[in-house]
Design a protein around this ligand. Structure first.
Ligand SMILES: C[S@@+](CC[C@H](N)C(=O)[O-])C[C@H]1O[C@@H](n2cnc3c(N)ncnc32)[C@H](O)[C@@H]1O
Length: 211
């Protein structure tokens, strides 16, 4: 098997990850070794693994709760859930993934990185009855669908934090009715500058503390 060259992390990326850098590098190595073979990332993604996936996932971290539980819905290869778990070892993280093969990969990552704050649920988000202080998601569905899939997972005061690209504003406009129907607060878009001056949007939709 040929190993595809993974992007070298920059000094800023090392600083961003701080104490979690070794874990993030280990995760990147696992993806470089097995990601393509296990159908998790395309070969074109590996040369931009850090900037497009790892650093992009970290954009959600400033909006996480100060303590409590987080569910990452549709984690796939581990974005943003594994990155969140590395950067916030104090939070209780659940990675929810419906595909058996991907859930197995996530279990392997958790074991190899020794992430004792993470559990895996192989299930569809909408089947889960537990409640969380925050739900993260990236590239799972448009905002309207995501709200339908995840609003039941939010505790009072809990926030859905969806990583979005340039279409965030349009998705928020389309989701106004679904958000209102789910009795959630108006969406807020946070713009986060990541590597190479890229801008990522974190869309935050909260369940009010009192209905
Ligand atoms: C396009 S991938 C994105 C994976 C990852 N979040 C990322 O950003 O690279 C979408 C993932 O969501 C999972 N998924 C889709 N609908 C889901 C649902 N209702 N509940 C749990 N997982 C779901 C799919 O199996 C897939 O692994």
């Amino acid at each position: 098997m040929t190993e595809i060259q993974v992007e070298e992390p920059t000094e800023e990326m090392r600083e961003l990850f701080g104490l979690a850098f070794a874990g993030a590098e280990h995760f990147a190595d696992m993806l470089a070794r097995e990601g393509e073979l296990r159908g998790l990332v395309g070969p074109r993604e590996l040369p931009r693994l850090w900037s497009r996936h790892i650093v992009n996932s970290a954009a959600v971290v400033p909006f996480l709760p100060s303590r409590g539980s987080v569910a990452d819905v549709g984690s796939g290869a581990g974005f943003p859930g594994v990155v969140v778990a590395l950067l916030r070892p104090d939070l209780d993280i659940t990675l929810i993934e419906t595909m058996e093969r991907r859930a197995q990969w996530l279990s392997d990552v958790v074991a190899e990185l020794d992430l004792d704050n993470v559990s895996i649920r192989r299930a569809r988000a909408e089947e889960i009855k537990d409640r969380y202080d925050a739900v993260t998601a990236r590239a799972v569905a448009n905002l309207s669908k995501l709200v339908r899939l995840t609003s039941g997972l939010l505790r009072p005061g809990g926030a859905l934090l969806a990583l979005k690209g340039a279409k965030a504003e349009a998705e928020v406009e389309d989701a106004v009715y679904v958000i209102k129907k789910a009795k959630l607060s108006k969406a807020v878009i946070h713009e986060v500058v990541t590597s190479d001056d890229d801008v990522t949007r974190v869309v935050e939709v909260r369940r009010p503390k009192k209905a």
